[in-house]
Write a protein that binds this ligand. Structure first.
Ligand code: SAH
Length: 394
């Protein structure tokens, strides 16, 4: 274990004592010898006390903590961490089910592995590196994953083209690094869907809405449903199973509309209740009539950075105002924000303002969040990103 040493400035160890997993570049005093992006480093306080081991890279978050113990980060280390992550999913009852072979296996900081995301689709794991450190360690981590999973995983697809920083300097590639499979149909609570590992957003499917989709199913009977920002149509096929009268899926991406259609077809072949439209959300919401009584708004992150916050909140307000204006009396609105920089309170205020503008009586039925396989480390509150409200609109 011959890691280079990084010294922090005096007093900058405080957040690490609270187990926060990030060290910002401004906290670093100096590195013993020059450190490359993605290298594993040992971090010491100004007075030389050991603090943690982490992945170093240039940028605002300079070190992502892997361990608060002075231990080697090797194959055994990864296997231990990944076993831990798998055990949690086992505890949650998500593994080894007949009706479900999809879940998030590793959720970055939430699993003590900042910079790594792994989603499971059947026998294939899709692995995503958000840090140079994990990009460099990808083969070692992949082998540890196979070992930890003990036969449950046969293929590993590496998909980091869009998530890595300094992409151009790295040989970031998308492709199988273990095995290879043409089987790209996975199952979530008895419903099937295609996963587009190659071109899809995130790891190919939005695993994080699983429990919220299941809740939606319970509200769908007899309703006219609008699934706005449908992407692969997840909410749509749950609504159909729940007995919706009709389901309209809308997304500005023609590719997403094709995916939504094919996923609905996979579960409900020839079912005429479903139609899908490639159109901008605001245009569609403005021109549509008052014919929906169950609306889902699950837009992309309106604010990816703090400086975009103000505009994002205006966006959420406008979007929700349209829904309040158009939804039928007795309608149910599922509205979400997945912007990490928008707090639960800010999102709620934006929706509250939109409701006020409509003058309608609106009540909160459920307050939603990300599911338990996207855990939030109590020491890393930034890990909370998905917020949702289910509203009853009179
Ligand atoms: N609800 C989905 C995930 C939505 S992701 C699920 O459960 O899987 C956000 C989607 O919004 C993307 O598919 C993107 O193509 C779409 N989108 C982005 N901007 C849009 C706009 N202005 N109008 C309509 N759709 C948009």
């Amino acid at each position: 274990m011959n890691y280079k040493t990084v010294y922090l400035k005096k007093g900058k160890e405080e957040s690490l004592k609270r187990f926060h997993p990030w060290i910002f570049s401004g906290a670093i005093h100096h590195c013993e010898t020059p450190v490359d992006d993605g290298e594993t480093v040992r971090v010491l306080s100004a007075d030389g006390t050991f603090l943690c081991i982490g992945h170093y890279q240039r940028g605002s978050i300079a070190i992502r903590v892997l361990s608060f113990r002075d231990e080697p980060v090797d194959g055994k280390f990864w296997t231990g961490k990944l076993r831990h992550a798998l055990e949690l999913r086992q505890t949650l009852g998500l593994l080894g089910r007949e009706d479900n072979d999809t879940c998030r296996l590793v959720h970055g900081e939430g699993d003590g592995l900042p910079g790594l995301v792994v989603d499971l689709y059947g026998k294939t794991a899709v692995m995503q590196a958000h840090s140079v450190g994990f990009h460099r360690s990808r083969m070692e981590v992949a082998h540890a994953l196979l070992e930890a999973a003990g036969g449950q995983i046969e293929n590993i697809y590496y998909k980091s083209e869009t998530t890595l920083p300094f992409q151009s300097e790295l040989e970031s590639e998308n492709g199988f690094i273990v095995g290879g499979s043409k089987e790209n149909i996975a199952m979530e609570y008895g419903l099937k869907f295609h996963v587009d590992w190659l071109k899809g957003q995130k790891t190919g499917f939005f695993v994080d809405q699983r429990e919220n989709r299941r809740l939606l199913e319970q509200y769908a009977a007899g309703r006219s449903v609008l699934n706005m920002f449908c992407y692969t149509g997840g909410f749509s096929f749950y609504a159909m199973r729940g007995g919706a009268r009709l389901v309209h899926s809308v997304d500005s991406s023609a590719k997403a509309i094709e995916l939504a259609k094919s996923n609905v077809e996979l579960n409900f072949p020839g079912d005429k209740r479903h139609e899908a439209f490639a159109e901008d959300a605001f245009k569609y919401l403005s021109r549509m009539g008052h014919n929906y009584d169950l609306i889902i708004l699950d837009p992309p992150a309106f604010a990816k950075h703090r400086d975009a916050l103000r505009n994002a909140l205006i966006g959420y307000r406008k979007l929700n105002a349209k829904a309040f204006e158009k939804i039928q009396p007795g309608g149910v609105l599922f509205t979400f924000s997945c912007s990490q920089v928008v707090t639960r309170e800010q999102f709620r205020t934006a929706v509250f303002t939109a409701a006020t503008l409509s003058g309608r009586n609106v009540r909160i039925l459920h307050q939603l969040t990300q599911p338990a396989d996207h855990p939030i480390s109590i020491y890393h509150p930034e890990g909370e990103y998905l917020k949702g409200l289910v509203l009853y609109v009179e």
